[in-house]
Design a binder for this molecule. Structure first.
Ligand code: NAP
Length: 527
């Protein structure tokens, strides 16, 4: 691996040109700029990357599961081997501690290997065969065979809060490559050096696998210019995005306005409501204080699953709990945020919410006055005021949570019905409370992609069953997940082959099942 950074885009196997607008990474802990300068890609370079991806699409889609698995495992190994260098650069650019960077690299490598195993096994294509019945009356039944196929070139906008696991080689890239789609990454400007190092490793793996150069490109520059230009590229078939609601929404609107509209999988904002019932507070209130504080402030609150909304029904037990939670928030430490923009957005979001009439500050931890720091804060509002102003359910990205005081069980339900879509919803309840409130669980499942019982929403397991995506605005398309093996379906589509001769069918659909995959034949699963 080359440790020296050039600041240039990767256009397949070639590098972008110097010139145009330049910027640098900035150490958020010190606010000091980092070498080298990064050179924003030109529109011509963006177009070139899109054309290369368009050319690579059919070749990549035709790769066997085994070939794709080898490729993904090679990327994983290269990243794993380079972990110390990658973590060192990421620490400088994001202020995330070494252990977090190394842990996230482990997660990234694990995701790549999960997708490698998935495509090697091959069952993910959901092969279905309905055999012909020429004697059927009144009309003969044709032979139908369907399976998932690669969608085509995918643009991936990196997340600032996951410099590895949701950036250049992160979940979107891994799931798109696994499906057989070329990927064009828009590097996040807050960690451009980390992005360049990882991109170099992927390009090396593309070469080594003998895959076409358009399999992977990475563009340097800002999303609002080169990212939006890329979103309009005719070769593109889908977009993956993690970040602000305004950014995700802009890409959704551009994608919908294209001559050929394309899907956008944008993970935007989520306040992850936590409902705390009285029995749970009575039996383990102190443990909930500790767990909730940890979940709210983990990683300086910069997780999409940070619990930003705490729903309490007023009672002496709930009031005593809120007092203890406030004490815990007050004593919590400030932390360095990922970049100056996020730190500024936190402070202005917090100030605006505190200025809101009806909002009360229960606790605000100390702030040292150093740049890019965020102090934990716990605010409170009555349910009536909360219901009257939709702005109060907007995400404040950082270690801030809002307690909503409900005056009755009925008002709690009214608040839940009024909430926007979320990635997660959490319920703390005793078994008896759970049995007595089945409608609460149903309501939480309506508003979120993952419902957590007696736990905390941060810490997203990468697995076959995880769902990381909920109704808008947590995800632009709440039918999908951006974490776990099911994420592959975002970048594939079903194709049905009708009345084909066996030898002309994809191997997955041939009569002898040469790949030995699980298939549904005439309605029955055959392994
Ligand atoms: P961001 O500003 O949305 O940026 C993410 C990526 O999208 C960057 O590459 C950015 O490039 C690009 N982008 C932003 N606006 C765009 C637009 N209108 N058109 C095209 N591309 C656009 O996210 P961030 O820098 O990570 O953090 C900013 C805020 O986003 C946070 O304060 C937080 O509110 C939210 N956020 C939420 C989550 C979550 O999971 N819920 C995660 C991260 C961030 P440029 O900025 O260079 O244009």
């Amino acid at each position: 691996m080359s440790h020296s950074l050039t600041g240039l885009s990767f256009l397949g196997f070639a590098r972008g040109q110097q010139g145009g607008v330049t910027f640098t990474g900035i150490n958020p802990a010190t606010a000091v700029p980092l070498e080298p300068a990064f050179h924003t890609a030109s529109f011509a370079e963006v177009d070139h990357a899109a054309k290369l991806a368009g050319k690579a699409a059919l070749i990549l889609a035709a790769q066997s599961g085994k070939a794709k698995a080898l490729f993904l495992r090679d990327i994983a190994l290269r990243i794993e081997t380079s972990a110390p260098v990658l973590a060192a650069r990421a620490q400088l650019e994001t202020a995330l501690p070494e252990a977090r960077c190394l842990g996230e690299i482990g997660r990234t490598v694990g995701q790549l290997r999960l997708f490698a195993d998935l495509v090697e096994k091959g069952d993910w294509v959901d092969a279905r065969i309905e055999t012909a019945n020429p004697d059927r009356k009144p009309a003969p039944k044709p032979d139908h065979r369907s399976m998932c196929r690669a969608l085509g070139p995918v643009a991936v906008f990196c997340a600032s809060n996951f410099p590895f696991a949701y950036s250049v080689a992160g979940g979107d890239t891994a799931s798109a490559l696994a499906a057989g789609c070329p990927v064009i990454v828009v590097a996040h400007p807050a960690h451009p050096g980390t992005a360049e190092l990882v991109a170099g490793l992927i390009v090396d793996a593309v070469r080594s696998a003998g895959l076409p150069e358009g399999t992977f490109s990475m563009l340097v520059g800002d999303g609002r210019t080169i990212g939006q230009h890329l979103a309009r590229a005719p070769e593109l078939r889908a977009i993956g995005f993690t970040g602000s609601r305004s950014g995700g929404r802009a890409l959704m609107d551009i994608a919908a306005a294209r001559t050929q509209p394309i899907p956008v999988y944008a993970e935007m904002s989520s306040v992850n409501p936590v409902v705390l019932l009285e029995g749970a507070l009575t039996s383990r209130g102190d443990a909930i204080v500790t767990g909730l504080l940890g979940s709210c402030t983990l990683g300086v609150g910069q997780f999409c699953t940070q619990p930003g909304l705490i729903l309490l029904t007023r009672s002496p037990v709930a009031e005593a709990f809120a007092t203890k939670l406030a004490e815990a928030f007050k004593g919590a430490a400030e932390g360095v945020m990922l970049h100056a923009g996020i730190a500024k957005a936190y402070q202005s979001g917090l100030a605006a919410r505190i200025a809101h009439k009806g909002v009360q500050v229960l606790a605000r931890a100390a702030h040292s006055g150093q740049p890019n720091r965020a102090e934990p804060a716990l605010l409170a509002v009555g349910a009536k005021e909360f219901l009257a102003d939709p702005a109060l359910q907007g995400e404040i990205f950082g270690p801030c949570s809002l307690v909503v005081w409900c005056e009755s069980a009925a008002q709690l339900r009214e608040v839940l019905v009024g909430l926007e879509g979320n990635l997660t919803a959490t319920l703390h309840a005793t078994d008896a409370e759970l049995a007595a409130n089945p409608d609460l669980v149903a309501q939480l499942a309506t508003l979120a992609g993952r419902v957590v019982l007696n736990g905390f929403p941060t810490g997203v397991e990468v697995s076959h069953a995880i769902v990381h995506g909920g109704p808008y605005p947590s995800l632009s398309d709440g039918r999908s997940t951006s974490v776990g093996s099911n994420a592959i379906y975002r970048f594939s589509r079903l194709v049905c082959f009708q009345s084909f001769i066996d030898s002309a069918l994809p191997l997955e659909l041939q009569a002898s099942n040469p790949l030995g995959i699980s298939r549904k034949v005439d309605g029955k699963t055959v392994n």
